[in-house]
Design a binder for this molecule. Sequence first.
Ligand code: MCA
Length: 506
Amino acid sequence: MNLFAAFRTRFPKNLDAPLIIPRGGNTISYGAMERETGRFAGLLATLGIKTGDRVMVQVEKSPQAVFLYLACLRAGAVFLPLNTAYRADELEYFLKDAEPTVVVCDPGASSLIELAQTNGVPHLLTMDAEGQGSFVNRAQSMAEDFATADVRDSDLGAILYSSGTTGRPKGVMLSHSALAANAATLHRLWNFTVGDVLLHCLPIFHVHGLFVALHTTLWNGTPMIFHAKFAVEDAVTDLPRATVFMGVPTYYVRLAGHPALSPELCRNVRLFLCGSAPLLEETFTRFAERSGRQIVERYGMTEAGMITSAHLDKPRRAGTVGWPLPDVTLRIAAESDRAVAKGETGEIQIKSPALFSGYWRKPEKTAEDFTADGFFKTGDLGQIEPDGMVAIVGRAKDMLISGGYNVYPKEIETVIDGLPGVVESAVVGMPHPDFGEAGLAIITLQPGASLDLAVVRTALKAALANYKIPKLILIADTLPRNAMGKVQKNLLRTDYRTKWDAFLAT
Ligand code: MCA
């Protein structure tokens, strides 16, 4: 079933009921959203979009960006959102890999506009409100009643890129049925009900903001207060009007540190959800002391949507991410993909109706990530506690999570290693009071070579999204290696902790 058609069956009876309550803007009703997404889907159809065609979108968060996503679902197109921080090199890779039929970007996205033209993308439109090249403007001449396309459950609704430890991002294919399965399960597990109002501050080019937050709201037929991005002052202002809030740990660090946070401010919020990165015990405790509320932590990933969640009616335990969702089969496996005993550590492996359909045009990579008996290998290390709760104890893959974004050292090391005089580099995640983890890069040079760190930063800024760039870059004589010759990143984390702490103190 088309995911939009599933949402449609759950719209409020009165279509004038609000869906989007923008900060300082006019409220947008479910009826208005249906009409606007009809026009947008109509324009996609006139552009010749067929089921499975990709629509690549790099735009700032807005109600129109949400409508474009929903219009892609309605037209049977595959929505392919890109982080607005991505740079030209990253964008070129996505364009060549995804071969979109349509690219929609903000008028100022000069890199993407130029790349789309040189790569022969059939249709390039911008998200501003006027001009012939404007998607929104051209859609206004379309009929508002669009017959939502019939799709098969396995047809794709979206592709989201998730980098990998090898450094090249992989397109995660997500079907209508996988997205619908997670929406229905989360809606039930988190007790969404009439009268709920979600405060939505997350970006909508990742799973958390685009699917977990938006889909539970649409599945519930209730409104969301819609912020263009997370700003703690704005979140504090609107918390009294909300009943559900979703955020990454950094949001909770900033809320817990805000003088206005109080039980009174949070009086109407029945559910604070947190995920995308580990929630530190100190953040949980500080937030609970200041707000009077216990954060409900959940664990998910782009390839699987949500996998586990703490329960609303059971006490949360620090360092755990709750129980597997009702429709998820989860095991902790040893190297041989054999389940280990409770309490033992191993790789978290799962089966779920919300699982992705594979990596776009990378069947060999997809096969690598599944066991012979069909479990998806998350690459996260965990253990099951006596009461069945899952504790994540580490990662088998080389990555850090900074402010809720996955950052893969390999991508950064590749850029640094290409600089003149560099022998090699290693990037590790170090504790960061605001972002949770942030990058530290250690570089070794050829004998007699020197390297201006400003040159390194400039090269990184030109090639990678800003949030990926290590906060501290140092030169060293050597990198510690084990007997296999592998760089020992855990030793780097301890050896450079003093220098890192001194850097944070500046
Ligand atoms: C911004 N900066 C960052 C980050 N964000 N640096 C490291 N990590 C970050 N996440 C840098 C900018 O490049 C800039 O650097 C400076 O901080 C200020 O930029 P600004 O945008 O003003 O920062 P901010 O507004 O404070 O943004 C921080 C943020 C934002 C609010 C935490 O990163 C955010 O909204 N993160 C949410 C990510 C998310 O949605 N994750 C869900 C993924 P300079 O000063 O040098 O220019 S989905 C997922 O993970 C799974 C599926 C799941 O389970 O949810």
